[in-house]
Design a protein around this ligand. Structure first.
Ligand code: CTP
Ligand code: CA
Length: 222
């Protein structure tokens, strides 16, 4: 009864969602990371599950609890996230990459804690190497999947989202503004969805409502 009036248009479909940040160790006590609460990705996973999908949620460290009824895989680094995603991408019908993946990782994390005094040089110059691009890697492998990326931008939001759509081979890129007053840690969000068909703006609303609108948009095009 709780679902009375709700659309069950994803029954029989599998949906994969990445969420949250990744964290990349510098040493056993320090890491570099991105800002991300995980809320948007979790809301997409929950909306898809409400609509009947079988959902796999691969998330970096966030303070949110595993959503009921959703297979939730907890990872830390980008490489762990990629490995988890590779395990369920092929069978997914829709793959949504909402995670804020760290673009770089320390090249050689220290096994022991670096000390400010004796390891000052190492701490002042942490060599970084690029992480795999999970979305681009999976988009190259896509068959039936609808691939959805996100673009967190502080400026030229739509233009940058269009570039990412092309560069990564996604079917949709959901762009949001993340400067001051933007989406970080907020419960609501304002997005523009770009695709080969054009672009569509959604007014500011709860991340839960944005999640449903996004699924409506994707399913409406099919
Ligand atoms: N993404 C990913 N793996 C990465 C980096 C990004 O899967 N190593 C995904 C994100 O989950 C998002 C999309 O790619 O769906 C865009 O991420 P974003 O950080 O906005 O773009 P980048 O290509 O990393 O470019 P930049 O950070 O320089 O803007
Ligand atoms: Ca990035």
């Amino acid at each position: 009864c709780a679902e009375l009036g709700m659309s069950r248009d994803l029954v029989g479909k599998k949906v994969l969602v990445t969420a949250g940040p990744t964290i990349e160790p510098i040493d056993p006590v320090r890491y570099l990371s991105n800002r991300s609460s995980g809320k948007m990705g979790f809301e997409i996973a929950k909306a898809a599950a409400r609509r009947g999908a079988e959902v796999s949620l691969v998330t970096g460290p966030v303070s949110l609890a595993d959503p009921a009824g959703i297979e939730t895989v907890r990872v830390e680094t980008a490489r762990e996230m990629l490995a988890a995603v590779e395990g369920c991408f092929d069978e997914a019908d829709i793959a949504v990459f909402a995670a804020a993946v760290a673009d770089m990782r320390p090249a050689a994390p220290a096994a022991k804690k670096l000390k400010k005094g004796s390891d000052a040089d190492a701490l002042a110059r942490i060599e970084l190497v690029e992480n795999p691009d999970i979305l681009a890697t999976m988009a190259r492998r896509k068959s039936k999947q609808v691939v959805v990326g996100f673009a967190a931008e502080t400026d030229d939001v739509v233009e940058n989202a269009r570039k990412k759509l092309r560069a990564k081979g996604a079917d949709y890129v959901v762009a949001n503004f993340v400067g001051e007053g933007g989406a970080f840690d907020a419960d609501d969000n304002e997005v523009v969805v770009v695709s080969a068909e054009g672009e569509r703006s959604y007014p500011r609303s709860s991340k839960s409502a944005v999640a449903d609108a996004l699924l409506d948009h994707i399913l409406g095009d099919r």
